[in-house]
Design a protein around this ligand. Structure first.
Ligand SMILES: Cc1ncc(COP(=O)(O)O)c(C=O)c1O
Length: 205
């Protein structure tokens, strides 16, 4: 949709300059599973269905109340499942919201943040939105991320693992090498697709 100048008069100047994010292809073919949106070929566990139904039947009254702003029960469950402390868990409405907090909190530095070229196409959009300086690091000829390329001055690092849309994963020793070389910078490992097969870096926290 092209907006008219009249429609855009409400917009902040910096938003007018933004290049909109275009979501990955969303075909409307029936019985097609979209791996790029993490769709599951299997139905939820019966325990999940029971838990959702229990909320609707036994605890529906709680829906008129404001939810726990700390999401304590959720954080406790995530911490238990990931074998980490509750204080190490931060929850958001999807990982794009968490990334927004990360960009604003950590990525407004004098040096550019580093991320691969190619990777999740939302990083450049957030960089533009928040005013983050960026340096895109080309993948190697096999479309892999090379740890050694992330050992250089930077204002932070964000790496999707496994990477999107290449689907190629980095091993933990490579991630550890990047972490050790950047003790004073925030290194984000975006594991949106980790359950398809890569090893999670949560244990390195
Ligand atoms: C690498 C990566 N990180 C984060 C996201 C955002 O995911 P969410 O739907 O949880 O906001 C996506 C979605 O495409 C993604 O591909």
């Amino acid at each position: 949709m092209t907006l008219s100048t009249a429609q855009m008069r409400f917009w902040s100047p910096e938003v007018r300059e933004l290049e909109p994010y275009v979501p990955g292809e969303q075909p409307k073919i029936q019985n097609l599973l979209k791996l790029n949106t993490n769709e599951n070929p299997y139905p939820p566990s019966p325990k999940v269905v029971d838990a959702v139904q229990a909320v609707l039947t036994q605890q529906a009254d709680a829906l008129r109340l404001y939810p726990d702003p700390d999401a304590t029960a959720l954080k406790q469950a995530i911490a238990k499942q990931q074998h980490i402390e509750v204080s190490q868990v931060f929850v958001g409405n999807g990982s794009d919201e968490v990334l927004a907090h990360i960009f604003k909190a950590f990525f407004l530095q004098d040096e550019p943040i580093l991320y691969p070229d190619i990777t999740y196409s939302f990083y450049p959009v957030y960089s533009q939105f928040f005013g983050t300086k960026t340096k895109e690091i080309p993948l190697n000829e096999n479309f892999e991320i090379e740890a050694k390329d992330y050992i250089q001055p930077n204002g932070g690092i964000v790496i999707t693992n496994p990477n999107a849309p290449t689907s190629i994963a980095m091993g933990l020793p490579d991630i550890e090498q990047i972490l050790k070389a950047n003790p004073d910078r925030v290194v984000v490992i975006d594991e949106a697709y980790v359950d398809f097969g890569a090893e999670s870096a949560v244990g390195l926290v």
